[in-house]
Design a protein around this ligand. Structure first.
Ligand code: GLC
Length: 740
């Protein structure tokens, strides 16, 4: 009979051989060591429990580190426009800090309207500095979902309707953020293009449409911007929830694109224990347990990637290999951020407010102008300002991008600063829109109550217009439900609150009338022929009022361009059926089903290909000066490459910037392609009389469509056109060339 002790010794020996002892001793202290060495070293010292703890939330906005090894937790923060005020550990309620009022930067649609890569870098750097200063490691932004429908409540948080424009601007934003040792978490991945039933709708999209329209901005963020984090979206794609969608997260993001960062779920977006483990989710964040249900709070142990995951590891249903991949990605993120190169950031600095003002102003779009702008009010004259948006503060609200800012300059205040002492500035509210002045317990301090009736408000405004030298209407949308607001979509693009009637009534009596539409998404403008000038302004953040006044007075020469089409009516758009939007119920399907039947034909791709007139086209924007484009030419530049050149001249009397845009048209394609696709743009600042020769390069990829059957980009030989202009409709030159 063998000694039991021998048997025990044998068993222990086997056990040690199978499970190499974890390293002990202090963590690899050499912060300058190669990143992967640090990751593997830390991983080798961690228990299974410690690795699992990394993969889910431990509080509303943090996920665990490894306290035993001195590895701090990861702090996540909204949002794309500024650093969200601190909330309680496990509640959405404000923590009540008095030192977390941030710089509110312009909404991302405002940044998109600048068409300025340099400003996007400035934006990313500035917001990254604020995140670092507030000791946040992951910034939950930017959002780059395409503008498939103008009704999407979060259009203001995204970068328009064109993948090339969004791709060009997301890259510098990501780089700027990450220069501060803060991870940009690009969202919401993917095909998350509406708020209606956002947690219960499957976006059913063919591969060509997915790769040509809905993936490019995310791919650019990862492969050119080097994004360290991606957020899975609430919806489903082709029937699987996106926070653990195998095709999106494993096949495309991690395998095809080589993404080495972390995939974070949207809050409560993780819906399944097993899929969460094997389909590419790395950190499950959330509100309560069990997805979105309002379950017990402070129940992080119940999260899909918590106890259920541990149980599967212990009974062999889950492998430590997959866990190690998740843990490695999370450790990599920690070593890139809080345990990476030291950065200190800055917060509420004059430089940040100046950046906010510059970006906001440069994104304001002059849509129409008969010379009435820049404003010219005679000494002792009267400027009548009408509209709630001249007064209402807009930084508060809108959902998770809600901010508490140190100050917000409203348009009316900025106009008083400019005109007081020279002319009278009178304000008439004109209509009542959204009277709320707080969101998530962040308050503006304004009193928007109103006792007058709609009729009284209108007649007061029209009366006041009688003797005004100019009527400046400042209206549009706001961030209340059913407008530009997370969680809801609009019902139509018609201006709410009776504004169309009010504008027409004012236009009938005004000597001069300027309309400023403040919104984050397209609106119908039936009164456009009846007014002298129209300006598209945005949720410009802390300095929005100053930025608008800068443009209206000519202190800044407008150079913004529309990042989306301004249609004449919603019905003109590509979404014709419930099946397309907002989705339908189908027999045997647990979730709503939505079909992207329009394919790649969204935005200007739709309107220009179908010859449908629009109010103002994608890429449109005027200046207080004039420009001309001349000497446009295209020539072959080596195998499969072409160079397009053109000369831009400032033919006016003031300095200004123009955005020269290059579209391609595949004249003889084997598939139906849009009549034009944006493939280049350059923003050029010129003094009066100055000219600049511009050059654009086109390669095979720029001429390709995505061939789903081959799963690759294909540029077919044959005739093409290069269209050079200053908007998608204002084409100065159409240049023929052939690809062999
Ligand atoms: C929200 C949003 C997401 C945000 C997150 C945290 O539901 O969809 O954009 O970053 O939750 O607030």
């Amino acid at each position: 009979m063998k000694s039991p002790y021998l048997l025990l010794a044998a068993l222990v020996t086997v056990a040690i051989a199978c499970f190499p002892a974890r390293k002990t001793g202090p963590l690899y202290a050499d912060a300058s060591a190669p990143l992967e060495e640090r990751v593997q070293d830390a991983l080798s010292r961690m228990s299974v429990e410690e690795k699992v703890a990394l993969t889910h939330a431990q509080s509303k906005f943090s996920s665990a580190g490894v306290p035993r090894l001195g590895i701090p937790e990861l702090w996540h923060t909204d949002g794309p426009h500024g650093i969200r005020p601190e909330v309680l550990w496990d509640e959405w309620d404000q923590a009540g800090w008095t030192n977390d009022s941030c710089t509110a930067f312009p909404a991302l649609v405002n940044l998109a309207a600048t068409w300025d890569r340099e400003l996007s870098l400035l934006y990313g750097r500035s917001i990254g500095e604020e995140a670092r200063y507030r000791e946040k490691d992951i910034l939950l932004g930017p959002g780059v979902n395409m503008g498939r429908t103008p009704l999407n409540g979060r259009t203001f948080e995204y970068m328009g309707e064109d993948p090339y424009l969004a791709s060009a601007l997301v890259v510098p934003y990501v780089k700027g953020v990450q220069e501060n040792g803060v991870a940009a978490c690009v969202k919401h991945f993917a095909v998350n293009n509406q708020e209606v039933r956002r947690t219960a709708t499957s976006s059913n999209v063919d591969d060509r449409t997915l790769y040509e329209i809905y993936l490019p901005a995310f791919q650019a963020a990862v492969q050119e911007g080097g994004a360290w984090a991606i957020m899975g979206s609430y919806n489903l794609y082709n029937g699987q929830f996106n926070c653990h969608n195998k095709k999106l997260l494993c096949d495309i993001l991690k395998d095809e694109w080589g993404f080495d960062g972390v995939v974070i779920s949207d809050w409560g977006g993780c819906r399944d224990d097993d899929e969460a483990i094997v389909n590419g989710l790395d950190i499950e964040m959330g509100t309560w347990t069990n997805g979105l249900s309002g379950n017990a709070s402070d129940s992080y142990a119940n999260y899909h990637l918590a106890n259920p995951y541990l149980a599967r590891l212990r009974d062999g249903r889950a492998t430590e290999e997959v866990l190690n991949d998740k843990a490695s990605r999370i450790l990599r993120t920690i070593f890139r951020t809080s345990m990476g190169e030291q950065h200190f950031g800055s917060f509420n600095s004059p430089e940040h407010y100046a950046a906010a003002r510059k970006i906001a102003a440069e994104g304001i779009v002059l849509l129409q102008n008969d010379g009435t702008l820049p404003l010219s009010i005679p000494e002792g004259g009267k400027l009548l300002v009408v509209g709630e948006n001249a007064y209402k503060m807009m930084v508060v609200g809108g959902g998770s991008s809600n901010l508490k800012t140190k100050y917000e300059i409203i348009p009316l205040e900025a106009l008083h600063e400019v005109f007081d002492g020279h002319a009278q500035v009178v304000w008439e509210r004109g209509y009542v829109g959204d009277t709320t002045t707080d969101y998530n317990k962040v308050v503006t301090g304004q009193d928007l109550s109103e006792s007058r009736s709609a009729g009284q408000l209108l007649s007061d405004a029209v009366q006041a217009a009688q003797d005004a030298d100019c009527v400046l209407f400042i209206g549009g949308l706001n961030k209340s439900d059913g407008q530009d607001n997370e969680g809801t979509d609009r019902e139509d693009i018609v201006l709410p609150y009776g504004q169309d009637t009010l504008i027409e009534a004012l236009a009938a009596v005004a000597k001069k009338m300027v309309v400023v539409n403040i919104s984050g998404s397209p609106v119908a403008m039936p009164w456009a022929p009846k007014v002298n000038a129209i300006v598209q302004s945005w949720y410009g953040g802390s300095e929005s009022g100053h930025a608008l006044a800068d443009v209206l007075t000519g202190a800044v020469n407008p150079s913004g361009k529309l990042p989306f089409t301004m249609p004449l009516a919603l019905a003109d758009g590509p979404l014709k059926t419930e099946r397309q939007y907002p989705g339908i119920r189908e027999e045997g399907q647990e979730w709503w089903q939505e079909y992207y039947d329009e394919g790649v034909f969204i935005g200007y791709r739709w309107y220009s290909s179908k010859g449908i007139p629009v109010q103002f086209p994608f890429g449109h924007g005027l200046s207080y000066t004039t420009f001309s484009l001349s000497d446009a030419a295209v020539k072959a530049a080596g195998k499969d490459r072409f160079t397009v050149t053109a000369t831009l001249t400032n033919t006016g009397s003031v300095a200004g910037a123009e955005v020269v845009q290059l579209y391609i048209s595949d004249v003889e394609a084997s598939v139906e392609r849009p009549v034009k696709e944006l493939k280049g743009f350059q923003k050029v600042y010129l003094k009066p009389g100055e000219s600049r020769k511009l050059s654009f390069s086109l390669g095979r990829k720029d001429l390709s469509f995505f061939d789903a059957s081959k799963h690759e980009w294909v540029a077919e030989a044959g005739a093409f056109k290069a269209l050079v202009g200053t908007s998608s409709e204002d084409i100065a030159a159409s240049l023929d060339f052939s690809l062999r």
